[in-house]
Design a protein around this ligand. Structure first.
Ligand code: AHR
Length: 524
């Protein structure tokens, strides 16, 4: 059978950090003896922007709301995100970040100035959700804050003072102000973004100009009380390799002292099914849209490889990490909703996209420090949708919950040999996999069967000789565009999975069409 597989392999391509060969049968070979890289929990991060109903209504309802809340923050949302295992939350944007002036969002709420949210619908932002409310949210969620400072329309002094307000325990006008506003002890914010999309909405800058801004802003964001900031510079959009090349080249010419002003750079990549003008519907789509969405999703692997290759050229010691701090599906807004609010439903197709992306990020765990899906509630590929007091947990939510076992676990390298799924002249590998070993020695394998029509039998060579107990979960649904909606029973939810057979060190898994399967292996 091995011979047959070898001869059947037609193309060798890189996918999910492992050599994937196309074959008639699906074989995954794990190399547990080569496991050494820890998957950052922050790869499973999220993003919340002052955009549409993400913050207001999604998270913040105010203390006087009839919706159960703790200091204005929805209890149902906090509970759901905690259960899902949210490791970090990025805020306040997005494009909004480069128009945000943090001092307008502190102090008594009824005295805070308003502003126009020019990026998102031109609505009036009343600043009732600001620094203290966001830090309270992170404490309620038990997650790390990731704050993006304003480079585009802010000042160096303003950003410098925000860091001081948040992180200093010394005596100063900023720390006095924080105490006056009710917070005695400094928070410890570690992840700090120096602007957002400075090549676009964040200031339409050239990479050379942005790099100088980055150095200057970052220089005045100080480390307080032994809490070293992790400063993330604005990285490339999609395949703008020139942006990465320029930043890294300029960085490599700096002294080691200056190089610490850029610890990471970002990458933004959205899966857009059709065109930016007509992105297609989140729920009304064909098989052609299905395979287009998935093949565009897989493209992120190539983008990551290429950006990392450029980074490696200038930074062979890997001092600079990659933060994919915006990713996910971007479809047309739901009919009848504000076009500036980016509200879209979330189907089984979104679950597949989440599963594939997370497997790919895991495979680059040696270089990816963080990733943040856009966005956590009511915007783009959300975890949660809200309608007044009601909430819906989306298919994407359940994938993040299923995959949380990989957070902080050690990546197990693997090779994949699988058949193609082909439709309308397009082909993608039908199987996408990731595996890791957690601190307790349990092995978790997450597999996606991209084929919407056919079940896929996958033979896993585990490389483990001991006796094991295997349990599983699956996410699938009858139709590829099934979604969870308000007022009806959820269709796309995880279920117990026992479609596998263990024979010594080989596990044969029968994956249903269009499914995501997770397996837990416990050595007896
Ligand atoms: O997530 C929506 C927007 O997409 C963000 O504000 C921006 O950074 C990106 O262009």
């Amino acid at each position: 059978m091995e011979e047959k597989l070898k001869s059947a392999a037609i193309i060798i391509l890189l996918l999910a950090g492992s050599v994937v060969s196309r074959a008639q049968e699906n074989v995954v070979t794990l190399q547990p003896d080569k496991a050494k890289v820890v998957i950052s929990k922050d790869i499973y991060g999220h993003f919340s922007e002052h955009l549409g109903h993400c913050i207001y209504e999604g998270i913040w309802v105010g203390e006087n709301s009839t919706i159960p809340n703790t200091r204005g923050i929805r209890n149902d949302v906090v509970k759901a995100l905690r259960n899902m295992g949210i490791p970090n939350l990025r805020w306040p944007g997005g494009c909004f970040a480069d128009e945000y002036h943090w001092k307008n969002g502190i102090g008594p709420r009824d005295q805070r100035p308003t502003m126009i949210n020019t990026n998102w619908g031109g609505v009036t932002e009343d600043n009732s959700f600001g620094t203290h409310e966001f830090m309270d949210l992170c404490e309620q969620l038990g997650c790390d804050p990731v704050i993006t400072g304003n480079v585009g329309s802010g000042t160096v002094e303003e950003m410098s003072q925000w860091v001081e307000y948040l992180n200093s325990d010394n005596v100063s006008p900023m720390t006095d102000l924080r105490k006056k506003n009710g917070r005695e002890k400094a928070w410890k914010v570690k992840y700090w973004g120096i602007g957002n999309e400075s090549w676009g909405c964040g200031g339409a800058m050239s990479p050379e100009h942005y790099f100088d801004e980055l150095m200057q802003f970052s220089n005045f964001c100080r480390n307080y009380n032994g809490n070293d900031l992790y400063r993330v510079g604005v990285g490339a959009n999609v395949d703008d390799y020139n942006w990465t090349e320029t930043l890294m080249r300029l960085w490599s010419k700096k002294s080691p002292w200056e190089q610490r002003l850029m610890n990471g750079i970002s990458l933004h990549y959205y899966t857009v099914c059709n065109t930016w003008e007509d992105k297609g519907s989140a729920t009304v789509f064909t098989e052609k849209d299905w395979i287009t969405t998935l093949s565009k999703t897989i493209k992120i692997d190539e983008l990551i490889y290429k950006h990392l290759a450029i980074m490696d050229k200038y930074d062979p010691a890997h001092k600079v990490g990659l933060s994919v701090d915006e990713w996910g599906n971007w479809f047309n807004v739901e009919p009848g909703t504000n076009p500036g609010f980016l509200y879209q439903q979330n189907s089984l197709r979104d679950a597949m996209v989440a599963g594939v992306n997370l497997n790919i990020f895991n495979s680059h765990a040696d270089r990816i420090v963080m990733a943040n899906i856009a966005q956590v509630i009511n915007v783009l590929q959300s975890m949660i949708l809200t309608q007044k007091e009601k909430i819906v947990l989306t298919p994407t939510y359940y994938v993040f919950k299923m995959y949380k076992v990989h957070q902080g676990a050690t990546l197990i390298p693997l090779t994949v040999s699988c058949r193609d799924y082909t439709f309308d002249g397009k082909s993608v590998p039908s199987i996408n996999v990731s595996a890791s070993k957690d601190k307790e020695g349990r092995i978790h394998i997450t597999l996606v069967n991209l084929d919407p029509n056919a079940a896929n039998s996958v033979t896993l060579n585990l490389g483990i000789t001991q006796n094991m107990n295997v349990t599983g979960e699956v996410i699938t649904s009858k139709n590829m565009n099934d979604f969870n909606d308000f007022g009806v029973a959820a269709k796309v939810v995880p279920a117990k999975f026992d479609g596998f057979k263990l024979n010594g060190s080989q596990l044969v898994v029968n994956m249903p069409a269009k499914s995501i399967v997770s397996l837990e292996l416990v050595i007896k």
